[in-house]
Design a protein around this ligand. Structure first.
Ligand code: 1PX
Length: 215
């Protein structure tokens, strides 16, 4: 008989994926990075269709990267470091305005990278929240400090509206399927340093190559 516990989705496994992202010499594997995002999108979809405009964009970006990874130049897309080098060396990145390479790996990954900062800020708020904290407030604060700075007014408006549809803290914890609130807090405490490390390595790499504002 199928074990229903095993079949259930748990955010712990999703966040664990980010621990696989780093190679021994601290390069970031694109494959595990996009798998982490796939899991997060699955989680977001389980919260309701009001988030589907967000997940559609995330899925589109995941697919662009997967296509590079599975394409004829896939070997250059194994890590974010090798992708940046390959695309820059071969002039495959639009640096100032979208032109010949509107969907480069570098600009696509940058969008997910900015969203990873939102995730980090949101999860840190969840981790330190109290029973009466509001997920919608935590989510919009994290958004305003990160992604919002890169979004047009219309997107900010739509995102802000969607945040009101977030379930309350307890239901949110239940959907995460990690266990008691104490177990959720402990899991987040373990996952957050890994997410931060992946974020910081990518941020430094992009800064070093002056890629943080790619159109
Ligand atoms: C325990 C918490 C887990 C929560 C998991 C939620 C996963 C969220 C996945 C969000 C991925 C968002 C990617 C956005 C990339 C982006 O910035 N795209 C914009 C720019 O792209 P472009 O190609 O035009 O340069 C694009 O315009 C985006 C459009 C869609 C709206 C993005 C709103 C992002 C809000 C993020 C917060 C999600 C809140 C979900 C709550 C669970």
């Amino acid at each position: 008989m199928a074990n229903s516990v095993e079949e259930k989705f748990s955010l712990r496994e999703v966040l664990d994926t980010f621990s696989l992202c780093l190679s021994e010499n601290k390069e970031v594997y694109v494959q595990h990075y996009v798998e982490g995002w796939r899991g997060l999108v699955r989680f977001m979809n389980s919260l309701g269709s009001v988030f589907s405009f967000i997940s559609k964009d995330a899925v589109n970006k995941i697919e662009i990267l997967v296509n590079f990874l599975n394409g004829e130049n896939g070997a250059h897309y194994v890590t974010i470091q090798s992708m940046v080098k390959y695309e820059l060396d071969n002039e495959l990145v639009d640096l100032t305005r979208r032109d010949k390479h509107p969907e480069s790996g570098c600009r696509t990954l940058l969008r997910l990278h900015r969203a990873l900062r939102w995730l980090e800020l949101f999860l840190e708020r969840l981790r330190t929240s109290s029973e009466d904290s509001k997920t919608s407030v935590m989510c919009s604060e994290a958004y305003n400090e990160s992604l919002a700075q890169h979004h047009a007014w219309i997107i900010r408006k739509a995102a802000g509206t969607a945040f009101w549809a977030l379930p309350g803290r307890q239901t949110f914890f239940d959907v995460m399927n990690v266990g008691t609130p104490e177990q959720v807090v402990a899991m987040l405490g373990n996952a957050l340093p890994l997410i931060s490390e992946v974020y910081n390595i990518t941020e430094n790499l992009y800064a070093q190559h002056d890629l943080l504002q790619l159109p």
